[in-house]
Design a protein around this ligand. Structure first.
Ligand SMILES: [Mn+2]
Length: 357
């Protein structure tokens, strides 16, 4: 595996490249351009600048999270073709700078969703949390407001203000889009972009829905083994692959993460691994916990063992972390707890590797 760390750029992250470079085992960052509107082409000059900045700190930039998919593509509107052409051009531009994997998601309207961005845990740390009742009862526009309030004036990935301003219009458009229609629209998108991804040698890696169930009556399809299987078969190419996010899929107790890793790993369709733990409470409620197995509901040893068993050579990053030691950072994306997660994952990896010999 290649250990990486998500970074939001020097203008929009409390964590610096100097700090990331000092986390043991980290060889690269997971980056993106955050100032290009969704659907527009990523300019060569900006990609070049980001690449050079990362490399000047002794780190690699080979993976992008995310090139977001314009809503018109998910909706299947006639205007999607223009945005798909732009997406292909973005892939071509990224390939000029050695990008190997592009992560994206296909969640209608809302990206990752939480009811609390700073729930206080018993040890005094704060974490992202999801309470089903709160999300069921809140109005969508109020949720957007709450997320913004909790963001500490840092942008939240996937929560682009320009899209969320049109909330009501979007909900109207989605009235005719059920899960089947969403699969169809994803298939259309993949059929158009995978040949370009192949030509560019960029592996596409779809990220699961977070949480892995529908919210506000909107369809969600990237949420269990059966649907992941259907997705990789929409276009049967190694370039049509997955970001395996343990915390997202793991929020549904019916998803057996080690088994899912082994299954899609054997097909060589996992290109990017997000490793984190969550503490599941009764019903559809969960808090994000530290990475340590005993702090959450997922067994990180079994998860890392599964990656070891499939001889995982792809990119891996710790996913979200708690806010600890008084750090003031983007919710989920501070330095300290994610660095602790890396140290723990590295420890598991070394122990599993040595005991397997
Ligand atoms: Mn994730």
């Amino acid at each position: 595996m290649k250990m990486t760390f998500r970074w939001f750029g020097s203008n929009d992250d409390t964590v610096t490249l100097e700090q990331i470079r000092q986390i043991p085992g980290v060889t690269g960052v997971v980056g993106a351009l955050y100032d290009v509107p969704v659907g527009e082409v990523w300019p060569v000059e900006k990609i070049k600048k980001l690449k050079e900045e990362v490399e000047s700190h002794g780190l690699e930039l080979e993976i992008i999270e995310s090139v977001n998919v314009h809503e018109d593509i998910k909706l299947g509107l006639p205007s999607r073709d223009r945005y798909i052409e732009n997406y292909k051009q973005t892939l071509i531009n990224l390939s000029k700078f050695g990008i190997k994997v592009v992560c994206y998601n296909f969640m209608p309207v809302f990206d990752w969703t939480r009811s609390d961005l700073a729930k206080r845990l018993p040890d005094g740390s704060t974490a992202l949390s999801y309470e089903d009742k709160v999300v069921k009862e809140i109005q969508p526009d109020k949720l957007v407001e709450e997320m913004e309030k909790g963001s500490k004036n840092l942008s939240l990935p996937g929560w682009e203000p320009e899209r969320l301003q049109q909330l009501k219009g979007l909900f109207d458009l989605y009235k005719d889009v059920d899960e089947e229609k969403l699969f169809e629209n994803l298939g259309y998108f993949l059929e158009k972009i995978i040949p370009t991804a192949e030509a560019c040698d960029i592996k596409m890696a779809i990220h699961p829905d977070d949480p892995p169930w529908g919210i506000f009556g909107l369809p969600r399809i990237v949420n269990n083994k059966e649907n992941l299987e259907r997705i990789i078969n929409l276009v049967d190419s190694p370039y049509n692959g997955l970001t395996l996010c343990s915390g997202c899929l793991g929020a549904n107790v019916n998803n057996n993460i080690p088994e899912i890793i082994r299954y899609f790993g054997s097909k060589e369709r996992i290109h990017f691994a997000h490793v984190r733990n969550i503490k599941i409470h009764e019903g559809r409620n969960f808090d994000e916990s530290s990475h340590l197995s005993s702090d959450g509901s997922l067994d990180l040893f079994e998860i890392m063992k599964a990656y070891h068993d499939i001889d995982f050579k792809g990119y891996l990053r710790p996913d979200h972390g708690r806010m600890i030691w008084g750090e003031n950072a983007r919710p989920g994306y501070g330095l300290y707890d994610r660095a602790l997660g890396i140290a723990y994952i590295n420890g598991l990896w070394e122990a599993i590797g040595k005991s397997a010999k």
